[in-house]
Design a protein around this ligand. Sequence first.
Ligand code: ZN
Length: 272
Amino acid sequence: MIIATALGVGAAAGIGASARWNWWRPTVKNGIPTLMYHKIGNYPKGSQLQKLWVTAEDFRRQMDYLKSHGYTTLRFQDLADIEDGKMPCPAKPVLVTFDDGYANNYELAYPILKDLGLKGNIFLVYETIESHNSWHNPKTEPWIRMLRWSEIEEMARSGVMEFGSHTMRHRVLPEIAPDEARWEISESKKRLEEKLGRPMVGFAYPYGAGAYVPAVRELARAAGYRYDFGIKQGISPWPWKAESGPLKRLLIRGDDFMFDFHLNLTRGKARF
Ligand SMILES: [Zn+2]
């Protein structure tokens, strides 16, 4: 009886492990994995979005992995240059992206990327710059500091970070009037370009909402963004065709193991 129980537990653990990870999935070839981060650091008390916080230690471990496994980190403009034949495509390309534009991206992620000689991309919410994450209910996700212009400009100058738009106010695009959605998408591009003096090549839909709603996506395409990113888990094939839908990404969670990171990069998915 004791043996049977022990076996039962062992078998259950084995099934649990294979159900938790999909290492058996074939390796994805000819795609550019795009990592999606939000906040770097320890989650604050009261956060109900703990999984969106990746500690600086984990982030460094993950960036070390990219470096030691021969990955080349790209900025949005590099992607465009590769597509236009101005730059060769590296053997193992990867995009590191951050949504929302938190100050902790400057305080914790930027020094690590700079130190390792890697590059990243941050999607900014225009009206929250120099302010706080006002779209969150502070009862479930504490308000924290967003990037300042001086920090954004420093990171842009360094060549370590490129910036993209994540709208004006982080609203749910398919739920607002088309004119407002157009303003969220186009006005942020215009103002960020004026301020940073370079084209906004990348766009990310807040909450991923609208990425697969044709009327909303059309607004992003018409605004002139070359690459639009959703939150669907996976690796889009490269070369990418806009008609095939927004670029997929790989959500890096705070409770991920390095094995998840490895599976995400190579299989386009770590969990079911
Ligand atoms: Zn967001």
